[in-house]
Design a protein. Structure first.
Length: 93
């Protein structure tokens, strides 16, 4: 959105390729996939959130940390990692 370095129509001229998620175990990679252009794209189809039937398309610079991707999944798609060991501790004060 604030990235003005790329042109508006980058679909046809985008020569970057998908990078397989092989070996990526983080929760975010169930939704995101990185491209060779150094960005990670949200590929989740979530009509309730996006209003269309296509992939979400949200993307952010893919670095080593996944916090911004996780933030997107949490706040936009309302998806949370389901862990068996998740502790639902209801602390009654
Ligand atoms: Zn998304």
């Amino acid at each position: 959105m604030t990235d003005s370095s790329s042109s508006s129509s980058n679909n046809n001229t985008d020569i970057s390729r998908w990078i397989p998620n092989t070996g990526k175990t983080s929760f975010v990679w169930k939704f995101f996939q990185a491209k060779t252009n150094g960005r990670a794209y949200c590929r989740k189809i979530d009509k309730a959130a996006t209003g269309h039937d296509n992939e979400c398309g949200y993307n952010c610079a893919y670095k080593s940390q996944t916090s911004s991707m996780l933030y997107h999944i949490h706040n936009f798609h309302k998806q949370f990692e389901k862990k068996l060991e998740v502790s639902k501790r209801l602390k009654i004060i």
